[in-house]
Design a binder for this molecule. Structure first.
Ligand SMILES: C[S@@+](CC[C@H](N)C(=O)[O-])C[C@H]1O[C@@H](n2cnc3c(N)ncnc32)[C@H](O)[C@@H]1O
Length: 225
């Protein structure tokens, strides 16, 4: 493994706001923060918001800056990317954002029912040939449903036509109540509450990459409970 990656992994092991549960612990149910994120991790009762597939964590950190009254958890399997957000949070002394290195596939083993208020999916892999692996596929939505509060919100921001079309169809076919859906979020920005426009304007690494190639950014907000 590259030296740089090893250094990042070693640094993350020392960060109290980075959690890296082992597969053994996840599988045996031996994860000690499930159901205790409020009490033991954030030490408050503020709403908990997840960013799934957070990469470098721009949304987790950006949201934490904008909304001190909520707690944020950036989730990704790639530790070297997550290190960027974890360092940023540390530099800015943000106490309302932590990172969890794991596969989204295990999310329902790491949070208890009703523990989560919102989920952000930011530039998720479109998985062109594996629809069941898309983070808005029914199997994943089932996992989210088991941890999200009633009325909890799922946000999807993406450049991908494939993923967005798929999600729009899932919303319609499965009858998820949909609060917003736009194929061009920046063109339609004025239709959103002013405070939320600032949130939608947070740009991730992949958004910058795809936008520079001319991709149009899409956004949907829906409920699954
Ligand atoms: C295209 S990148 C987007 C990263 C970031 N959200 C951004 O916008 O810059 C997709 C991210 O999702 C992560 N990812 C994809 N499937 C995942 C899964 N099942 N569990 C955990 N992470 C996953 C990848 O590791 C990658 O960092």
């Amino acid at each position: 493994m590259a030296k740089n990656k090893l250094r990042r992994f070693a640094e993350m092991k020392e960060m109290p706001h980075v959690f890296e549960p082992s597969m053994d612990d996840i599988k045996s149910g031996g994860v000690d923060f499930k159901g205790k994120w409020h009490k033991n991790v954030f030490k408050n009762n503020n709403p908990i918001v997840l960013e799934l597939g957070c990469g470098k964590g721009e949304y987790s950190v950006g949201l934490a800056r904008q909304t001190p009254g909520k707690n944020f958890v950036g989730v990704d399997i790639k530790g070297a990317r997550m290190w960027v957000g974890a360092c940023q949070a540390q530099e800015e002394n943000l106490e309302n954002v932590v990172f969890l290195r794991t596969k989204v596939d295990f999310i329902d083993r790491l949070f208890a029912p009703n523990e989560v208020d919102e989920i952000w999916l930011t530039f998720s892999d479109p998985q062109p040939n594996k629809p069941n692996k898309r983070l808005t596929a029914a199997t994943f939505i089932e996992r989210y449903r088991s941890i999200l509060k009633k009325g909890g919100i799922v946000h999807l921001k993406t450049d991908s036509d494939i993923l967005f079309e798929f999600t729009e169809q899932e919303i319609k076919e499965r009858g998820y109540p949909c609060n917003y859906l736009t194929w061009d979020v920046y063109k339609d920005l004025a239709q959103f509450p002013e405070e939320f426009q600032e949130t939608l304007n947070i740009k991730t690494h992949y958004e910058a990459l795809f936008s520079s190639k001319g991709s149009v950014i899409k956004y949907a907000q829906f409920q699954i409970n």
